[in-house]
Design a protein around this ligand. Structure first.
Ligand code: B3K
Ligand code: ZN
Length: 881
């Protein structure tokens, strides 16, 4: 593991390297306990670089077995090798020379899951961000682009399948027992996109004909017997390939495209050129084992990794500070894809909920950083919601600011100008500036300045003057190491909603640039005055969540209710209701803390029931409308002195109030949504199930007994309905026999299917009870739990820490202790996953005093441990700072 040296990497220190590596030839002699890697690097001195500049290759825990320069064994005094570096103080003076490097690896012992490792008997690699240096010494930085030829040798019987990037060139036998395959990738690529997979796997195969008529062989490799569960992923892949041609004019560029699903993987998936490696959770699905959410995630992640082929692989990042150049942009592309495949409105609401749940707390806490950070200590800790999700929002805003057509022209120019290059955010923004003839310098602050801007809005209508005035004020709160903020360009989509729900026309506007339904806020304060407004409208603002800001809007509850019922923008309808719920939950939390009993406005409770029954709305939207803000959402809005128990009490009370008020209608709706048609994972079927499952929770609460959930659990013919019923039983009726029996049955039925068992872990990890901490410790002894498998850890521990507000924040600190113990245990073999888990503590300062102190103590204990990994030291120290 990489110990912490305290070194900080800074954007301003970027220098192109003096040497390039145009060609790489790798040979792997695979064996689980000792793999021999021979790398032949063609090295070229960059034009203008001094002839005597030393060459320093990166390594990470490497053992050098042999080394030659230009084919001759290097003299011992000609180089220096350590686990993390290979230095040639005086490289050959020729402009081009070759280095032959032999390293020996122990893939079966690699539990960090970076570099070459073995997952369930399958050799695989993960190189992003800096894993290639765990395979061989290299200039392991994304601006070194090389053409790779890879030869893999392995035992024929155990390892029949040999894959790498690019196109297959040759394969054959080596004696009786071994065989080889050679792959060549003609597209120069950075080392982080290198991949190798070898093992014994089954496949689903298909072909795709590109827009220009080329045939591409597609394959998805999975464990034998799981092939039928990969067909949905294959379908999603083909739809992604077509969509990228139609929407972005991007065609695939190799003869083959392979995807491999492995069961031990640190994240979701990886976009290696021509050979995507996936966490099997995001490939395998059928109706019996996967929920609708799983299907939607598979579709999105298959698309995301495929889209990286152009945004990330053909055009890559100059350095890791530019990570959002590929990630934010590719998330935006996968969001658009899913919106086109499903319901745009529902997709947008889900995106915003995710952004608020994951990115807002990051931006508002000690780990805040700009979308394009300027410094890091461990780059793996910057694969964050800010880089990904806010990064995507920034691209979305570019489209809002420029309009769809100019946006597309900007993308086209970006592809044309930078294909084959490693570039920066400045290059990306410049493509849009040039294509649209616009100055985006103020806008670009979205990349460079951390923190969620707040926009305060007040409005009034003057009937006599027929004018409508909106006061808008922006502020950006300080974030770590950025105390003074500059003013942002915030595009706010809006409408003036008239009594019939249609947008009212106005004659003229002054006070800010207003174009195509968007107010462009650029100054601290704008008074925007609309004239010629005949009747009093209600302001609908930040429609579609056009800017990732927090909004404080002075508005009467009846105006919000009006928008919830009538706004033509579905996102804003949902938002209006959600804000009302949030406000009611905050008031109820305060009451509970003050010793009172919460009560809720009747019209709010009835509005929820009314929306639920509105047939004109799609069921998936109605399900979202019925979903109350989560406890963490309420905590975030309260912002300080948070008592998770009071929030839980308030939320339970509102759930029950809506359940009771809506009971009769809900029963009819629930019964009417039963699907007799065969299961289909499409958006429509999923929407009906989402609605029905939202109703199920209310029905069980209204009746105050588990019967409806038990019935659904017993009758369910798909995993979505089964898991939803089990969740209601375990979360609301966890002391009952019904809940215990259902959990036991589920376990018995699925104990041999790890991905399904993860749902069982997850459901129990989120039981809102003081006993959950003890339950988790007990579940960690389950024969199918393992601390070395990231999916198991995320299901049981990650879910507990991130999604169980009452138990993780148990007042006695036992939840913090549990998570800290596990972080420390994980840290020894997988620092990346340990550091990610430790971010659960990031909002500790906003807790009430008792919990705050307990969290601080635990963080401090972790920080004081000796010999922390760079990953964990970075997170813990920034969290405490
Ligand atoms: N690029 C990878 C993530 C790599 C994470 C390295 N710690 C997957 C993705 O975003 O598509
Ligand atoms: Zn990505």
């Amino acid at each position: 593991m990489r110990r912490d040296s305290g070194q900080i990497f800074r954007l301003e220190d970027y220098r192109p390297s003096d040497y390039l590596i145009p060609e790489v030839a790798l040979t792997f002699r695979l064996a689980p306990d000792e793999t021999i890697v021979t790398a032949v690097l063609t090295v070229e001195r960059r034009d203008g670089a001094p002839a005597d500049s030393p060459l320093v290759l990166d390594g990470d825990g490497l053992v050098l077995a042999a080394f030659s320069v230009d084919g001759r064994k290097a003299q011992a005094d000609g180089f220096e090798a350590s686990p993390d570096k290979l230095t040639l103080a005086r490289p050959p003076r020729a402009q081009r020379f070759t280095l032959t490097i032999e390293t020996r690896l122990q893939p079966s012992r690699n539990k960090a899951l970076m570099g070459l490792y073995v997952s369930n008997g399958v050799f695989c690699t993960q190189c992003e961000a800096e894993g290639f240096r765990r395979i061989t010494y290299f200039l392991d930085r994304p601006d070194i682009l090389s053409v790779y030829t890879v030869r893999i040798e392995a035992a024929r019987a155990e390892v029949p399948l040999l894959l790498s990037n690019g196109n297959p060139v040759e394969s054959g036998l080596i004696g009786e027992d071994r065989h080889f395959a050679v792959w060549h990738d003609p597209h120069p690529k950075p080392s982080y996109l290198f991949a190798l997979v070898a093992g014994d796997l089954g496949a689903v195969k298909d072909t795709f004909t590109t827009a220009s008529g080329r045939t591409v062989d597609l394959a998805i490799y999975v464990e034998h017997g799981k092939e039928p569960r990969a067909t949905y992923a294959m379908d999603a892949l083909k739809r992604s390939m077509r969509w990228d041609e139609e929407r972005f004019g991007r065609e695939y560029d190799l003869d083959v495209f392979n995807i491999v699903a492995v069961s031990d993987f640190n994240m979701g998936a990886m976009e290696n050129k021509g050979l995507n490696v996936f966490n099997d959770k995001y490939v395998l699905a059928d109706e019996d084992t996967a929920t609708d959410l799983d299907f939607a995630n598979i579709e999105a992640i298959i698309a995301h990794e495929y889209f990286h082929n152009w945004t990330g692989n053909r055009i890559t990042c100059r350095d890791w500070f530019q990570l959002c150049l590929k990630e934010g942009l590719t998330v935006f592309r996968d969001h658009e894809f899913s919106a086109d495949q499903r319901s745009r409105a529902v997709k947008r609401i889900s995106e915003v909920r995710t952004l608020r749940a994951h990115q807002f707390p990051e931006d508002q806490g000690p780990l805040a950083h700009p979308v394009r950070p300027r410094r890091y200590r461990e780059i793996n800790n910057f694969y964050t919601a800010t880089v990904y999700e806010k990064g995507s929002e920034v691209v979305r805003m570019i489209r809002t600011v420029l309009g769809a057509e100019a946006f597309r022209a900007g993308m086209d120019l970006y592809f044309e100008r930078h294909d084959g290059q490693a570039v920066t955010i400045e290059d990306f923004v410049k493509a849009f500036e040039d294509a649209a003839g616009r100055d985006l310098s103020q806008f670009a602050l979205w990349y460079h300045q951390a923190g969620t801007p707040n926009v305060a809005v007040a409005w009034r209508y003057d009937a006599a003057e027929r004018s409508f005035t909106v006061e808008i004020e922006q502020s950006v709160p300080p974030t770590p190491s950025e105390s003074r903020k500059r003013l942002m360009h915030i595009p706010l989509a809006f409408g003036l909603v008239g009594a019939d729900g249609a947008d009212i026309r106005y004659a003229d506007v002054e006070g800010a640039a207003v174009e195509n339904g968007v107010i462009h806020v650029r100054k601290r304060h704008h008074t925007v005055r609309f004239t010629g407004v005949d009747a009093r409208p209600v302001l609908s603002i930040n429609r579609g969540f056009s800017a990732p800001v927090t909004l404080s809007i002075e508005s009467r509850p009846q105006d919000r209710l009006f928008l919830a019922r009538h706004d033509s923008d579905p996102f804003s309808r949902w938002q209006a209701l959600n804000t009302l719920f949030t406000d009611a939950l905050i008031a109820a939390t305060r009451k509970l803390r003050g010793g009172g009993q919460p009560d809720f406005p009747d019209d709010l409770v009835s509005a929820a029931a009314e929306l639920a029954g509105d047939d004109a709305l799609e069921p998936a939207f109605r399900a979202l409308a019925l979903t109350l803000p989560g406890e963490a959402d309420v905590a975030r809005e309260i912002g300080e002195n948070i008592d998770p128990d009071a929030i839980y009490g308030a939320r339970s009370a509102l759930l029950t109030a809506i359940a009771r008020a809506g009971r009769d209608g809900f029963e009819g709706l629930y019964a009417g949504l039963r699907d007799n048609a065969p299961f289909s994972p499409d958006a429509e079927g999923a929407g009906r199930r989402a609605m029905r499952n939202a109703l199920l929770e209310y029905l069980a609460l209204a009746q105050g007994e588990p019967a409806p959930a038990k019935r659904q659990f017993d009758d369910a013919d798909n995993m979505t309905d089964r898991a939803a019923a089990l969740t209601v039983l375990a979360h609301h009726f966890h002391d009952t026999e019904d809940s215990r029996q259902a959990l036991a049955r589920f376990e018995e039925q699925y104990r041999e299917n790890p991905l399904v068992l993860d749902k069982w872990f997850q459901i129990q990890a989120t039981v809102p009870s003081p006993d959950t901490v003890a339950l988790i410790r007990q579940l960690m002894d389950h024969p199918h739990f393992s601390l070395t498998n990231p999916n198991r850890v995320r299901a049981l521990i990650g879910t507990f820490a991130m999604a169980n507000q009452t138990a993780f924040h148990a007042a006695d600190g036992s939840g913090y202790r549990l998570v800290a113990d596990i972080v420390m245990a994980l840290e020894k073999h997988n620092p990346q996953v340990a550091a990610r888990l430790a971010t659960a503590f990031r909002s500790w300062r906003s807790l009430e005093g008792g919990r705050r102190e307990k969290a601080r103590q635990i963080l401090q204990e972790m920080a004081q441990r000796e010999d922390l990994s760079r990953d964990l030291a970075d997170i813990v120290e920034r969290t405490l700072a």
